[in-house]
Design a protein around this ligand. Structure first.
Ligand code: SF4
Ligand code: SF4
Length: 216
């Protein structure tokens, strides 16, 4: 069972047809807290508050403007929302109290579900890796996660990065914060079935709330 890594091409087609020419309605229906987007008054406080604002393709203010202007592909193909570090600066300062951080993550997830996000996008890659890792045994295997990240750009790059970090790894092993044998087995949580059932239920509820069929 995987929530995050699912790419739904069929869903994308349905969504495209249902909300043709009304991207704002699509966002309201399918994005967490998307119903707040229309409340934005374009004051620019979030754009000015975001520590990454100048480095982004689009600030939250611009993203919300583009949603209302129906620039669907430009928004969904952008990696702007994947850059959000969840610092909550924008949310704390927005005069309209928009849950900006949640909306940014919601748009990222919607873009991912529809298959718009480039597979190489680093935050998306990390999110998928993290999620798959977590749900496998019900808890995170940090060693496998790290190795997955190191080898993202291929075998040579992975070996090089591992070698560069060998002293840190050795220090962690000596401090008993890293167990090399976790690579082969890894320990799980006490109630993996319970966690699986909980995630399934959460997905059902989310599916009902946003009118999405729960993925298999
Ligand atoms: S701070 Fe709030 S109202 Fe102002 S542009 Fe950003 S989201 Fe819109
Ligand atoms: S929560 Fe995200 S969008 Fe808001 S200020 Fe921080 S990095 Fe920028």
């Amino acid at each position: 069972m995987e929530t995050l890594p699912t790419t739904r091409t069929a869903s994308s087609n349905v969504t495209t047809t249902r909300y043709r020419n009304n991207f704002l309605r699509e966002v309201e229906a399918h994005v967490e807290d998307g119903e707040w987007v229309k409340m934005c008054m374009q004051c620019g406080v979030c754009a000015g508050s975001c520590p990454l604002g100048p480095k982004w393709e689009h600030t939250p203010q611009k993203i919300f403007m583009m949603i209302r202007a129906g620039k669907r592909e430009e928004v969904l193909k952008s990696d702007a929302m994947w850059m959000c570090t969840s610092c909550y600066n924008c949310m704390a300062r927005c005069p309209r109290k928009l849950p900006i951080t949640h909306i940014m993550h919601g748009i990222a997830r919607h873009a991912h579900n529809l298959g718009f996000t480039p597979k190489a996008q680093p935050t998306r890659h990390f999110s998928v890796l993290f999620w798959k890792n977590c749900i496998k045994n019900g808890r995170l295997n940090e060693l496998k996660l790290t190795i997955g990240l190191y080898f993202r750009d291929g075998l040579f790059a992975g070996i090089k990065q591992g070698w560069d970090m060998r002293n840190v790894a050795l220090g962690l092993v000596l401090a008993k914060r890293l167990n090399p044998f976790e690579l082969f087995a890894g320990h799980g949580c006490k109630d993996h079935k319970g966690i699986t059932a909980m995630l399934k239920k959460a997905r059902e509820i989310e599916g009902q709330r946003k009118g999405l069929a729960a993925p298999n």
